[in-house]
Design a protein around this ligand. Structure first.
Ligand code: CO8
Length: 256
C-alpha cells in the first residue's frame, strides 16, 4: 500500500485517494509514481475507479518546490511523464470518476479533466493558476480544458489564473454534478454502481467511442462508432440485453 496514494476496493469499485493532505495533495514525483502503480492492473480488479483527495484538496497542482529545481529539459521530461500518466487514466478501459473534494488546481485540475466523469463537492474550487508562477499548464490544461468548457472560457481561466467555485464549474461544464460535501463519495459510488450494472463490454466500447470523438474528425469518428456498434452484436451480452428487455426481466451480463 502506498503512502501518497491509498487504494481501497469496495466490491468492484476501486477508490484511489491522494494522501498528502499537509501539502494539499500537491502532485510531486512520488505521488505521481504511486498513482501510476495504482493504475497498473486496476482493470483486472475493478469495474470503476474513483479518484479523490484527502483533506481539503483534491490536488493543488504540481509540487512547486520540485518545479523550482527544474531546468527546461527536466521540466519537459517531467511534464511528459505527467501527461502520459493522465492519458493512461483517460484511456483505461474502465470508467474513472473524479470525486472532487476541495482545491483542484493546476495539475490537479488536469488530473480531474483526464477522468471520465467529475462529481464535485460544493466545497471544491477549480483553476489553472500556473500563469501566476509565470508558467502555463503542462499536463493537458490548454488542451482538455477548451474541449470541456470552450475556448473562450478556457482562455479566461488560463490567462487570469482565476479560481472558480463548484457551481461555476458546473455551469461552464467543467464538472457534471455538484453535491453536498458529506455526500460526495456516496454519490460517486452510486454513479459507479449504475455503470457496474451494465455490460462491461458495452461500457468499455462506449468509452472508446466517446474518447474517439475528441481525437477524430467527425466522418472518421462516425465510421469508428459504426464498427464498434456492429462489433457488439457478436456479444452474448447484447443478445441478453435485448432478450431481457422483451421478456420484461433484469438482464444478466457476463462481459462476453
Ligand atoms: N506545491 C507545493 N506545495 C503546495 C502546493 C503546491 N502546488 N499547494 C499548496 N502547497 C503547500 C503550501 O506550501 C503549504 O505548505 P506549508 O504548510 O509547509 O507552508 C501547504 O501546502 C498548505 O497550503 P497553504 O498554507 O497555502 O493553504 P491555504 O489554504 O492558505 O491556500 C491554496 C490554499 C490557495 C490552494 C494555496 O495553497 C495555493 O495557491 N497553492 C498553489 C496552487 C498552484 O499554484 N497550483 C499550480 C501549481 S503549477 C502546476 O500545477 C503545473 C502543472 C504541470 C504538470 C503537472 C503534471 C502532474
Amino acid at each position: 500500500m502506498g503512502e501518497r496514494v491509498k487504494l481501497e476496493l469496495d466490491g468492484e469499485i476501486a477508490v484511489a485517494t491522494l494522501n498528502r493532505p499537509e501539502k494539499l495533495n500537491a502532485l510531486d514525483t512520488k505521488t505521481r509514481m504511486e498513482l501510476a502503480e495504482v493504475i497498473e492492473g486496476i482493470e483486472e480488479v475493478a469495474r470503476v475507479l474513483i479518484i479523490t483527495g484527502s483533506g481539503k484538496a483534491f490536488a493543488a497542482g504540481a509540487d512547486i518546490n520540485e518545479l523550482l529545481q527544474r531546468d527546461a529539459i527536466k521540466a519537459f521530461e517531467a511534464t511528459k511523464l505527467g501527461t502520459d500518466l493522465f492519458s493512461r487514466i483517460e484511456e483505461l478501459e474502465i470508467p474513472v470518476i473524479a470525486a472532487v473534494n476541495g482545491y483542484t488546481l493546476g495539475g490537479g485540475c488536469e488530473l480531474a479533466m483526464a477522468c471520465d466523469i467529475r462529481i464535485a463537492s460544493e466545497k471544491a474550487k477549480f483553476g489553472q493558476p500556473e500563469i501566476n508562477l509565470a508558467i502555463i499548464p503542462g499536463a493537458g490544461g490548454t488542451q482538455r480544458l477548451p474541449r470541456l468548457v470552450g475556448l473562450g472560457m478556457a482562455k479566461k481561466l488560463v490567462l487570469t489564473g482565476e479560481i472558480i467555485d463548484a457551481q461555476t464549474a458546473l455551469r461552464i461544464g467543467l464538472v457534471e454534478e455538484v453535491v453536498e460535501h458529506e455526500r460526495l463519495m456516496e454519490r460517486a459510488k452510486e454513479v459507479a454502481a449504475k455503470i457496474i450494472e451494465k455490460s462491461p463490454l458495452a461500457v468499455k466500447v462506449a468509452k472508446k467511442a466517446l474518447n474517439a470523438s475528441i481525437n477524430m474528425p467527425l466522418k472518421e469518428g462516425l465510421r469508428y462508432e459504426a464498427s464498434l456498434f456492429a462489433l457488439l452484436f457478436s456479444s452474448e451480452d447484447a443478445k441478453e440485453g435485448m432478450r431481457a428487455f422483451l421478456e420484461k426481466r433484469k438482464p444478466e451480463f457476463r462481459g462476453r
